[in-house]
Design a binder for this molecule. Structure first.
Ligand SMILES: [Zn+2]
Length: 124
């Protein structure tokens, strides 16, 4: 039973299918650390500020995880995908790999996380 698995973007190996449809990670367990190394914390913080400059708000976790946005049925999924694909943004997992919660990363970038219930929902 591997129908929910994805393909590792680095080596092509099948990725963990256990999380359900559309939720397979982009990298296998062997490649994930290297993929995350592409995004050292300082660079992620820089991209968070860059995003805030560009779009007026710090990124929400769904902005950098279109798969999650799709699974949550985000109303602005098309915009999320377009923005995420139009730039070189860190993947959601690279952020939560470096900080305990999404909002910790936003604060580390010197920005104010979006308030829950205001605009798109923020997942900690
Ligand atoms: Zn791999």
């Amino acid at each position: 039973m591997n129908s929910y698995g994805g393909k590792c973007e680095t080596c092509g190996a099948p990725t963990d299918p256990s999380q359900g449809p559309g939720k397979a990670p982009k990298h296998c367990k062997e490649c994930a650390p290297a993929a995350n190394a592409k995004w050292p914390p300082e660079r992620i913080l820089q991209k968070i500020r860059e995003w805030a400059d560009l779009y007026g708000d710090p990124p929400g976790c769904m902005d950098w995880n279109p798969t999650l946005a799709a699974n949550k049925g985000a109303a602005d999924l098309a915009t999320i995908r377009e923005r995420f694909e139009s730039g070189d943004w860190p993947w959601y997992g690279s952020v939560t790999y470096n900080w305990p919660t999404w909002n910790d990363a936003i604060r580390a970038a010197g920005l104010q996380p979006r308030e829950a219930g205001k605009g798109r929902k923020v997942f900690a």
